[in-house]
Design a protein around this ligand. Sequence first.
Ligand code: 0O2
Length: 223
Amino acid sequence: EFLNFMQQNKKPFDLLMSYYECAIMEVETKFRVLNHELSLEYDNNPIESIKTRVKSYDSILKKIRRKNIPLNLRAIEDNLKDIAGVRVICSFPDDIYKLAESFLKQDDITLIERKDYIKNPKPSGYRSLHLIVQVPIFLQNEKKMVNVEVQFRTIAMDFWASLDHKMRYKKELSDEEVEILQEELYDCARQSAVLDERMQGIRDRITKKQEQETILLEDKNSK
Ligand code: 0O2
C-alpha cells in the first residue's frame, strides 16, 4: 500500500522531504550562530557537535503503521513531527538549557512541545531534552512553517543512547539477554547522570575561579 502511495505521490512526497531538509539547514545555522557567539563571550564552545537527519522512508512507514496514520501527505505532515531531526551535543547539562532558552527566544521559532527527559528520564534510563518547534522556510512564493525535532544531549547521554539503540536493533539477542542488558544499561544511565553532574561541578568551580581573578585584575587596574 505504501509502495503504491509512493509511486503515485513521489514528486509531492520528495518536495515535502526537501522542505524538511531546508528547515534542518535553518535550525542548524541558528545553533552554529549561537555557538559562535557564546564561544567569543565565554571562551568555550558549548556545542560539541551537531547531527542532522531526515527520517528514512522505512522509519516513516513504521511510524505511520504504529500510529495508524492515514496514508496521505497532509496527515503525515500533521502527525509526524520528527521527520526533520537536529541533535545538538554539548559537554555539560547546563549548556543544554542555556542553548535551548536562547533558541526558543528567537522570534521566528514557535515551540510546539517540550519533553524534558533529563529532569524526568524514561524508564529505559534515556536522557535528553526534546523540543518540537516550527520554523519558517522562505520559498519562491510562500513562507512555509515546518516542524523540526531538536534533541539536546550531553556527550555522555549520546554515548549511552547510541549503545541502547544498538541493543534495540540486534535481532540475534534472546529475550533473557535483552532483559539483562537493559538492566545493565539502566545502571549505566544512572552512573552517567552522576558523572555529568560531577563534571559540571568541576567546570563551574573553574569558571568561578576565572571570574574572581578577572574581577581582582580589573580592581587592581582601576586603582
Ligand atoms: P529515530 O531513529 O531517532 O528516528 P514517538 O516519537 O511518537 O515514537 P514520543 O513519545 O512522541 O514517541 O517520542 P519520544 O520518546 O519523546 O522521542 C522519540 C525519539 O527519542 C526516538 O526516535 C529516539 O531518537 C529517542 N529515544 C526515546 N527513547 C529512547 C530510548 O529509550 N533509547 C534511545 N536510544 N533513544 C530513545 P525514534 O523515532 O524512535 O527513532
